[in-house]
Design a protein around this ligand. Structure first.
Ligand SMILES: Nc1nc2c(ncn2[C@@H]2O[C@H](COP(=O)(O)OP(=O)(O)OP(=O)(O)O)[C@@H](O)[C@H]2O)c(=O)[nH]1
Ligand SMILES: [Mg+2]
Length: 128
């Protein structure tokens, strides 16, 4: 899943939505309210056949968020890749033209999700 964040000041959409545990086809868009900030998230399909459309969704966004399965091993499972191993595998230390950070998260355990949201808000264009 790729989440592209764009900060806006539109009112949030009301009403609930269902979360499907199926691969993303095309994209999903959600607006999430956090304090007085509205975060507009674009969830883009990660399958190879969708990757040509990624660039289109990156224009003008505040942040690009890659959710990487720790080499098919997930943080809430004992065999997960360590954070440093993940950073090394992705070559994140060599990126110099933009701010990059890596968090180990678990959607299942709601681990570090709030930290990621806080980072996104702090680094959004209009927040500076
Ligand atoms: N244990 C565990 N499983 C997870 C976690 N997050 C997602 N999963 C599982 O991983 C599988 C894939 O999750 P998705 O959210 O569909 O993956 P995705 O990256 O959005 O995939 P695409 O939509 O194809 O890009 C599902 O079976 C989820 O239940 C997590 O934090 N822990
Ligand atoms: Mg998905």
């Amino acid at each position: 899943m790729q989440v592209h964040l764009r900060q806006e000041f539109n009112p949030p959409q009301t009403g609930g939505y269902s979360e499907d545990m199926i691969p993303t086809v095309g994209f999903n868009m959600r607006k999430v309210a956090k304090g007085n900030v509205i975060i507009k998230l674009w969830d883009i399909g990660g399958q190879r056949r969708f990757r040509t459309m990624w660039e289109r969704y990156c224009r003008g966004v505040s942040a690009i968020l890659y959710v990487v399965d720790a080499a098919d091993k997930i943080i809430d499972k004992s065999e997960a890749l360590s954070k440093q191993a993940m950073v090394d595998h992705l070559g994140l230390d060599s990126i110099e033209d933009r701010e990059v950070c890596c968090y180990m998260i678990s959607c299942k355990e709601s681990l570090n999700i709030d930290v990621v949201i806080h980072w996104l808000i702090k680094h959004s264009k209009t927040a500076k």
